[in-house]
Design a protein around this ligand. Structure first.
Ligand code: ZN
Length: 213
């Protein structure tokens, strides 16, 4: 007789994905890792470490509890006819690679070409931060920020460049400090119009006029 195959429906997979362990269960897992590295989790200095690590994880992965689209829902139409590139430079990126859960840290430059409406400039930093505070690969992070801005704001184009150093590579593995990874995602006019693209890249390179003053 044939064995009846267990059918794994999409629903059960989804349910398994969203089942979150309790704080106590997560702390127990940290204790296991402490023992794994050869330490004694009952040593005085380590007694509260599982609690602290779990708390830190809540900060590092806070982006799952937020919807970046919400921050972009409020736009302004009074722009005085401004229709050139709007860009936020040097947004600090603090994220964790999903392959090692190690930090990668760097900067993002986020730009868009408004289509009659603009968004509060800090929102570009907020969107970047929300996607960063999730498990990421840099390529995906770059694309997610760009696609989110494109979908919600519907501008004439979006450009995102991220440059970051990955600790999974700089502190272990090939152990090469000083190497950074650069990714870019260009949509709309930034992709199709070479002069818009050129202007975007020259704006990145440009020294701040505030620094010159
Ligand atoms: Zn990694």
């Amino acid at each position: 007789m044939k064995k009846k195959k267990k059918s794994v429906t999409k629903k059960t997979i989804k349910k398994a994905q969203i089942k979150r362990p309790s704080n106590a269960e997560a702390e127990k897992a940290v204790r296991t890792l402490i023992s794994f590295v050869g330490e004694n989790p009952d040593r005085e200095g380590l007694l509260d470490t599982p609690k602290r690590v779990v708390k830190a994880y809540r900060d590092w992965y806070a982006g799952y509890a937020q919807d970046p689209r919400e921050f972009l829902s409020k736009t302004f139409s009074e722009t005085g006819g401004y229709d050139e590139i709007v860009m936020l430079k040097d947004i600090r990126v603090e994220s964790h690679c999903e392959h090692h859960m190690a930090p990668f840290i760097g900067s993002a430059h986020v730009a868009y070409l408004p289509n009659k409406r603009v968004v509060g400039i800090s929102k570009l930093a907020r969107v970047t931060r929300i996607f960063s505070k999730r498990m990421q690969v840099q390529e995906k992070l770059t694309a997610e920020i760009a696609n989110c801005l494109q979908d919600v704001l519907k501008p004439r184009g979006v450009a995102v460049v991220i440059e970051a150093q990955h600790e999974c590579m700089t502190t272990r593995g090939i152990n090469e400090p000083g190497i950074s990874m650069v990714t870019s995602q260009l949509l709309g006019k930034f992709r199709t119009d070479p002069s818009t693209r050129k202007e975007f890249y020259s704006m990145i390179k440009q020294d701040s006029i505030l620094k010159k003053a």
